[in-house]
Design a protein around this ligand. Structure first.
Ligand SMILES: [Zn+2]
Length: 96
């Protein structure tokens, strides 16, 4: 296995972790919302606007980290949303 194939495997694991953490956050927020009857002005004592600001900050961080992580280790070109790439679409390097 070449160095950039190992690096691709590491980047793929990080990408899966980023996606999983983001999904867990969405599910937790959905459960919290579901358990709160009526209009939502606060959640667990925190005003809803701070939750929204925090949520958008998390989305922004997830997008930036994902954009920096999900690149071809051989040429640095961006990869598509798929997690399984046999070859880099830009330089054609074998990634797996
Ligand atoms: Zn490439």
């Amino acid at each position: 296995m070449r160095a950039f194939q190992r690096e691709f495997a590491a980047r793929r694991r990080r990408q899966i972790l980023i996606t999983a953490l983001f999904m867990v956050l969405v599910v937790v927020l959905a459960i919290l919302r579901r358990n709160q009857p009526g209009p939502v002005t606060s959640l667990m004592g925190v005003p809803i606007k701070w939750w929204l600001i925090g949520f958008f900050a998390v989305i922004l961080v997830a997008v930036v980290v994902s954009q920096r992580n999900w690149r071809c280790p051989a040429c640095g070109g961006p990869l598509s949303r798929r997690l399984n790439h046999e070859f880099c679409p830009k330089c054609g390097a074998s990634l797996q």
